[in-house]
Design a protein around this ligand. Structure first.
Ligand code: EPU
Length: 422
């Protein structure tokens, strides 16, 4: 296993470029199997999660090939299986995105239940509710979701759950509806930029679909879809992570990419902490601020503050001047980073879904453990400003969603090294 060693206290300066969005690419790769002809996906990030999705597609009989550094060709013409096995799904929850496309293509799908996740329960009841509404019979047996339909027929579906709309459920319902008979209206559909991008890809494939970004998506089923060429948007969460790095340790850091619109709630909160930002269409320039002023943050579905930036903000506010409160409304247990940050000297009290962060003057380097993707990112950020060396173990979590983060951060002056664990 590998770990990162970070020597804290180096000032960051210069340009850093996020890759294509993981959470946009994953459902798009799954959506590509709705067609019988190949798709070509540009700006696809090189990440272990993308490799896991490729492995799953290969299992299903789909051929994929990197035809350029970040361009993936997906050829579903020999799609031959409707089963997503436990051994792949357990490694990556987003595998469940193939449920809708498989059901649409075979009128049948067998997909392993993803199981628990480091930050608490992540049910798929809304996915099931959505495909049942479209005419599928669904049973859950022996750890698998089995879906079967004689006919898939459009209808009206109300998709929100207790924590708001679901991106994954919206993805599965849209993909089934795209090839179902008649019209489907999905109320309370996800509004996230990743969902908007998936709708654009579906449209490029020939789907009759509209309403992306509004919360109501309307789909008129067609008989057939064709492969399409598509370019994945910049990863705004990766960009947001580097912007926070700049806010914590930067003299001036330019994060390249058209990300400002998707990061509005994050940039607004950063400004409130006293950090100076220069926002343009093609980049965000951030000037560090020694100790951020406190802010209170509640995560929410888009356009609210993203849960995927919560851990990074926890690290940031832990060196603030005063007390900040973070309330996690999407995943009430997503606080694995708190105990690790405490090992570095952070003063954070957790009460259920709330973290009360009392800013400290400095963090100190320690050996810490990555537990999930964004928690790992938070530890990297903390390591950049901590006094002395931070060793982050189990960094395979970070490789799932950040492409060569150590190379990118080293490019703006961080001292960070990937080494084999002893
Ligand atoms: N939910 C249900 N029932 C369902 C599905 C979801 O109650 O059937 C709940 C979830 O438990 C959660 C909320 O609805 O409270 C939203 O979940 P959603 O389905 O939108 O999440 P997801 O599609 O499984 C994606 C991202 C996550 C991100 C969440 C929330 C991908 C591949 N994953 O997951 O990304 O945290 O949306 O925004 O797009 C990450 O990148 O680190 C990550 C975990």
């Amino acid at each position: 296993m590998e770990k990162f060693i970070i020597e804290g206290g180096r000032q960051l300066y210069g340009k850093i470029e996020p890759s294509g969005s993981k959470n946009s690419a994953l459902p798009i790769l799954a959506t590509a199997i709705l067609a019988e002809s190949p798709s070509v996906i540009h700006n696809c990030p090189r990440l272990t999660d993308i490799e896991t999705m490729r492995e799953l597609l290969h299992y299903l009989g789909v051929r994929t090939e990197w035809v350029a550094d970040h361009t993936l060709r997906i050829d579903p013409s020999d799609l031959s299986s409707y089963e997503a096995p436990y051994d792949i799904v357990r490694r990556m929850r987003a595998s469940v995105c193939v449920l809708g496309p498989l059901l649409a293509r075979f009128k049948r799908a067998k997909v392993s239940l993803p199981g628990g996740c480091a930050f608490g329960p992540r049910p798929i009841d809304l996915h099931i509710k959505g495909i049942e509404a479209l005419g599928a019979d669904v049973t859950v047996e022996h750890g698998y979701v089995n879906a079967h339909a004689e006919r898939l027929k459009g209808t009206e579906i109300y998709l929100a759950g207790a924590h708001g709309p679901s991106r994954g459920a919206t993805s599965n319902v849209m993909t089934v509806a795209a090839l179902a008979e008649g019209e489907t209206v999905i109320y309370d559909s996800a509004k996230e930029p990743e969902t908007v991008e998936q709708v654009k890809f579906l449209r490029a494939m020939g789907a009759d679909i509209e309403g992306e970004g509004t919360g109501t998506i309307r789909v008129r089923g067609v008989n057939k879809l064709k492969g399409a060429e598509f370019s994945v948007m910049t990863d705004y969460i990766e960009a947001g992570t580097y912007i926070v790095a700049g806010a914590m340790a930067g003299s001036e850091v330019e994060v390249v990419g058209d990300v400002a619109e998707n990061l509005k709630p994050v940039l607004a909160r950063l400004s409130e902490t006293g950090c100076k930002l220069k926002v343009s269409d093609g980049s965000v320039i951030v000037k560090g601020h020694p100790r951020p002023s406190p802010v209170n943050i509640t995560t929410a579905p888009y356009p609210g503050f993203p849960t995927d930036m919560q851990a990074q903000f926890t690290a940031y506010l832990s060196i603030g001047e005063g007390t900040s409160i973070i309330t996690e409304k999407i995943y009430p247990d997503r606080f694995m980073h708190v105990q690790e940050l405490a090992r570095m000297g952070a003063d954070i009290r957790r009460e259920d879904a709330v973290a009360v962060i009392t800013g400290v003057e400095k963090l100190t380097g320690a050996v810490v453990m990555a537990s999930d993707l964004r928690a790992s990112a938070a530890l990297v950020l903390a390591g950049l400003v901590a006094e002395g060396e931070t060793h982050i173990r189990r960094i395979y979590h970070i490789d799932r969603g950040y492409e060569r983060i150590e190379v990118k951060l080293a490019g703006i002056g961080a001292r960070i090294e990937r080494v084999e664990e002893d």
